[in-house]
Design a protein around this ligand. Structure first.
Ligand SMILES: Cc1cc2nc3c(=O)[nH]c(=O)nc-3n(C[C@H](O)[C@H](O)[C@H](O)COP(=O)(O)OP(=O)(O)OC[C@H]3O[C@@H](n4cnc5c(N)ncnc54)[C@H](O)[C@@H]3O)c2cc1C
Length: 378
């Protein structure tokens, strides 16, 4: 247990597990630690939509890099994570959203994605469960859905299969020069420590500006064959952060079991992880607004998850500018499943001093003055 490693990765969520495996595949001696089990954090609470999001070019760059790596993963590991290659239907409820949907189709097509603008008739033909009166949308064929904790677990086990070490049930309480300290008082040595602790990162490194952003989800009973695509409202992602602002956007995902996973919302300033029935009702109403038959389906379970959100919505990937030997892979907000493999690639490239396929600068932790401006003693 006390042996030293080239790299210790804190957090076996989808991000940390992907980073640990990528570094092991580069030949490093890697240890992966988690306070619980692989994928037990927000990776188990989220939706698992693998989606080409294009709110900025940087975001799209990282999504496309990562989606390519996800395709390689599915080809090499058939069936892992119960993938469903269902594509996404972005749904426009008014003319303004329709214009934005058409721009999305153009932006994605220009980057090589198969994205078709749809009128109201085409939309309903593709997904008959959608209500009448919608304006149209975009179909993105390459998007998929996956069950993220199963993938995180698989990556962690693959790490072990390749000679890496997995330390479960081990909470890290401090990161110091040349390693870290566990809750049981034990010190572990490592040349580098990668912190991929999801929404809990600030408990270890208070200067890292990542805060929990709460979302509500619900899952239905099994209704096979009723929904063919991931259906998302065009107002998804339009979130004004700050205070306790709440935004709700319908996002309904078919699962291979025939269940529908229904989300979601975004809410800052919420330390409490319990389900708020009023917020849940808003989420369900928004989804029923697109898919009326949901009103007659049984909901089996509802829960919440805390997205690890940075102030600018982008993850922090790279060296901590104020703590030598500490690296960050955190702050993925609502896209950490999609971007896990791309994030791992960017992190590995930087650790090895290699150029990446995309510009890593937008993700540099040094963009935040709180990290860059102060040196921490280790
Ligand atoms: C409602 C909702 C819907 C979402 N939908 C999607 C989606 O459709 N597509 C998508 O791409 N993303 C989605 N996400 C976002 C996605 O779930 C996250 O971005 C991603 O799971 C983050 O993974 P992570 O590995 O950084 O964090 P986590 O999964 O939280 O992993 C962090 C790990 O670190 C461990 N840890 C923390 N502190 C310590 C410590 N001190 N010592 C040891 N271990 C520690 C925890 O136990 C945990 O296992 C959604 C999130 C929510 C909440």
């Amino acid at each position: 247990m006390a042996r030293s490693h080239d790299v210790l990765v804190i957090g076996a969520g989808i991000v940390g597990a992907a980073c640990a495996l990528a570094l092991r595949e580069e030949g490093m001696d890697v240890g992966l630690l988690d306070a619980a089990t692989p994928g037990a954090g927000v990776t188990a609470a989220g939706m698992g939509h693998l989606v080409a999001l294009d709110e900025t070019e940087d975001e799209l760059d990282l999504c496309l890099l990562s989606l390519g790596l996800w395709r390689d993963f599915f080809a090499a590991n058939p069936g892992i994570g119960e993938p469903l290659h269902c594509g996404t239907l972005w749904v426009a409820e008014d003319e303004h959203q329709l214009a934005e949907a058409q721009r999305r189709a153009e932006r994605l097509s220009a980057r090589g994605c198969s994205a078709d603008a749809l009128d109201a008739h085409q939309l309903r033909k593709l997904e008959p469960a959608l209500r009448r009166g919608l304006c149209g949308g975009v179909r993105v064929r390459g998007d998929s859905v996956v069950y993220p904790p199963a993938v995180a677990n698989f990556l962690a086990r693959r790490l072990v299969g390749l000679g890496g070490a997995l330390y479960l049930g081990q909470r890290v309480v401090a990161i110091g020069a040349g390693g870290l300290t566990l809750a049981n008082g034990q010190h572990m040595d490592a040349g580098r420590v990668v912190v991929a602790a999801g929404a809990d990162v600030a408990a270890l490194l208070p200067e890292v500006p990542v805060a929990p952003r709460k979302g509500h989800l619900a899952i239905t009973d099994r209704y096979p064959g009723r929904l063919a695509h991931q259906v998302v409202s065009m107002n998804y992602g339009q979130f004004a952060s700050g205070g306790d602002a709440l935004s709700v956007a319908a996002n309904v995902q078919p699962r291979s079991s025939g269940q529908w996973l229904v989300g979601s919302c975004r809410q800052d300033g919420q330390g409490d992880t319990t389900v708020d029935p009023k917020v849940l009702a808003m989420v369900l109403r928004a989804a029923i607004g697109l898919l009326p038959c949901l009103a007659h389906m049984n909901i089996l379970r509802a829960w919440t998850g805390m997205r690890p959100a940075s102030p600018d919505g982008r993850p922090l990937l790279g060296a901590h500018p104020g703590r030598p030997g500490v690296w960050l892979a955190c702050g993925h907000e609502g896209l950490g499943v999609t971007t896990a493999f791309g994030s791992a690639r960017l992190l590995a490239d930087q650790l090895l001093g290699r150029a990446s396929d995309i510009d890593a600068a937008p993700y540099a932790p040094s963009r935040f003055a709180a990290l860059a401006g102060s040196m921490h003693g280790g």
